[in-house]
Design a protein around this ligand. Structure first.
Ligand SMILES: [Zn+2]
Length: 249
């Protein structure tokens, strides 16, 4: 029953997004830029973190982060298509995006990230959402943590997503969005607004089970999609975070 209520709340957010048509955030970007080409609004790029040989963090039951990231991004793509929006997906399969001349796993990871940056930078008027799963040595930590890039518009976007997660899915999660650590290559080498969403902790058994489930992935996708569609709308400020962990990107 509680899940139904939460899903209903998330769906309501989507409908609010639809009623706002192209979205207030997009209109704001267009106004700030003053460019005729930008009036259509920004293009959303969805980055499913890791992939292929680079599985990212591994869950307590042995599931790679990369597969959960991809599943959530594919669900977001389907929801956005329903809303008449076509995001760009950096990957839609379980693959690494490295160049052919990368040989070692290390070289492939570096090449993959550089190619992702190049793809994002090549897209004018883009906004990036990068989807990851967290891990931490202590199993007790759980809940979504959103990070923002050091680019204009990123902090507001990340804050909006963090609030939407709390409102619709995780009322106990009082974290605030945080600046991305400068060790995260991709988020520090792009010029567009960007948020990185660590959806949950693969090292917390209860949350790991949720993150593996289609139902919870669908709920997360719905909230993230509705948060994107409603970005820029007035909202309450989130409380300050009480637990803060670096992302396991
Ligand atoms: Zn990651």
């Amino acid at each position: 029953m509680r899940r139904c209520l939460l899903l209903a709340a998330a769906l309501a957010l989507v409908l609010v997004g639809l009623s706002l048509s192209v979205g207030i955030f997009r209109e704001q970007v267009a106004r700030v830029s003053g460019s005729a080409a930008i009036e259509k609004g920004p293009v959303l790029i969805l980055d499913a973190g890791h992939g292929g040989e680079d599985g990212g963090a591994v869950s307590v039951t042995g599931v790679p982060e990369s597969s959960i990231n991809l599943s959530i991004v594919l669900k977001m793509r389907d929801l956005l298509a329903f809303c008449g929006t076509d995001p760009i997906l950096l990957r839609d399969q379980d693959i690494s995006l490295h160049s052919a001349d990368a040989v070692t796993l290390r070289e492939k990871k570096v090449s993959d990230l550089k190619n992702r940056v190049a793809a994002i930078q090549a897209q004018p008027n883009a906004v990036l959402l990068s989807i990851h799963q967290n891990s931490f040595p202590e199993a007790r930590y759980r809940g979504t943590q959103v990070f923002f890039a050091p680019t204009e518009g990123s902090e507001a976007l990340a804050s909006h997503i963090q609030s939407a997660i709390q409102s619709a899915l995780q009322p106990e999660n009082t974290r605030a969005s945080r600046p991305i650590p400068d060790t995260v290559f991709l988020m520090n080498h792009i010029d567009c607004p960007a948020a990185l969403v660590e959806c949950g902790f693969l090292t917390n058994p209860e949350e790991e089970a949720l993150l593996r489930s289609e139902d919870y992935q669908r709920s997360l996708s719905l909230v993230l999609t509705s948060a994107w569609l409603t970005a820029g709308a007035p909202e309450e400020s989130p409380d300050s975070g009480s637990t803060q962990q670096a992302p396991a990107t």
